[in-house]
Design a protein around this ligand. Structure first.
Ligand SMILES: [Fe+2]
Ligand SMILES: [Fe+2]
Length: 331
């Protein structure tokens, strides 16, 4: 993968430093603006994270541990996390106050979420170009599907570790390379005429799309956030099966059935995965340490919040925020 194209002072600093062209002193990262919607900050964060995933052509792999870049990453993460905590606080407090089984709680939080119904629009109304736009925006996270959560495995123990390994076995192809979910997504991109290479669209996707990928890396690469990581993962799995069915139907409607394999796989798989993730992973983590319930719920709400922001962004871009069925629960 090539280094991305900078889009502001923070990403310029990171990318110029990695390209070996040298750079001016590190930019201030302690400003008061939103990091979540700041494409420059999210691209800088994404680039520093990729040093721990697949790296970049021509960049020494040892730069993963570059003290200056790690300091910058921590400063950005600090603001990103604080912003996520502030914006989710009310829902997290309300979620934690609900009594009952942890698995039931996680699934109910997802079920009760009334965010924008992007998948209903994709099923019924999207044009082929809008469908491609959606697939392109999601590519930064789906082409590394389950990679961040692999970093959670050594941070868990007992039943939660076993359940995460079971779930990841499916995500990573269940022993068959052609069933690797991230490669299935690459085939979806190719089937609709998009570039399937990892990172191909990082220069085009929005701050929200980068943030949706980055939040998984932040939770997975910081051990103190492991419970938020499992909560996020469970919400991600639990909000996949029904939308996948709708996207698959939308692809069929558009004559793009060849691209539906990835979504068809997730209709069945995630109906099972959501149970494993909510009950066996989140449930076990909280049984082991009841004090982590708030962090699990924080991860769940972060996933729902980012998914809602992404849905609003795309529906607004499509001129469809007023389309019936894109606001409230839709079939
Ligand atoms: Fe998957
Ligand atoms: Fe899954």
């Amino acid at each position: 993968m090539h280094l991305p194209t900078p889009c502001g002072p923070v990403s310029s600093h990171v990318i110029e430093s990695l390209s070996g062209r040298g750079t001016a002193s590190a930019p201030a990262t302690a400003g008061g603006g939103s990091v979540l919607t700041d494409r420059d900050a999210q691209l800088a964060l994404w680039t520093t994270y990729e040093l721990s995933f697949r790296g970049f052509e021509g960049v020494d792999p040892s730069r993963e541990w570059d003290i200056g870049l790690i300091e910058l990453r921590l400063a950005l993460e600090s603001r990103f996390e604080a912003e996520l905590r502030a914006v989710t606080d009310e829902r997290v407090v309300a979620g934690v106050s609900r009594d009952g089984d942890v698995g039931d709680l996680v699934l109910a939080l997802v079920q009760d979420d009334d965010g924008p119904h992007l998948s209903s629009y994709l099923r019924r109304d999207a044009t082929a170009d809008q469908m491609r736009d959606y697939l392109r925006e999601r590519s930064v996270q789906q082409l590394k599907e389950s990679d961040p959560q692999a970093f959670l495995v050594p941070r868990l123990q007992g039943a939660a570790k076993v359940a995460l390994a079971e779930l990841q076995y499916d995500e990573f192809g269940a022993g068959t390379p052609s069933r690797l979910h991230q490669d299935m997504y690459a085939r979806t991109l190719a089937a609709v005429g998009l570039e399937p290479a990892y990172g191909a669209y990082v220069d085009e996707v929005s701050a929200i799309s980068l943030a949706s990928a980055n939040v998984m890396s932040m939770f997975a690469l910081n051990r103190r956030l492991v419970a938020a990581g499992v909560g996020h993962f469970a919400a991600f799995e639990a909000s996949s099966s029904v939308p996948s069915r709708r996207v698959s139907a939308g692809l069929d409607r558009l004559g793009l059935s060849a691209a539906a394999e990835y979504f068809d796989e997730h209709v069945e798989a995630d109906a099972v995965h959501e149970q494993v993730a909510a009950r066996d992973i989140c449930g076990s983590v909280v049984r082991e340490d009841p004090g982590l319930l708030g962090e699990v719920v924080f991860g769940v709400i972060c996933a729902l919040h980012l998914d809602a922001l992404s849905g609003v962004e795309l529906l607004t871009r499509f001129g469809a925020m007023d389309t019936p069925g894109t606001h409230a629960a839709a079939s």
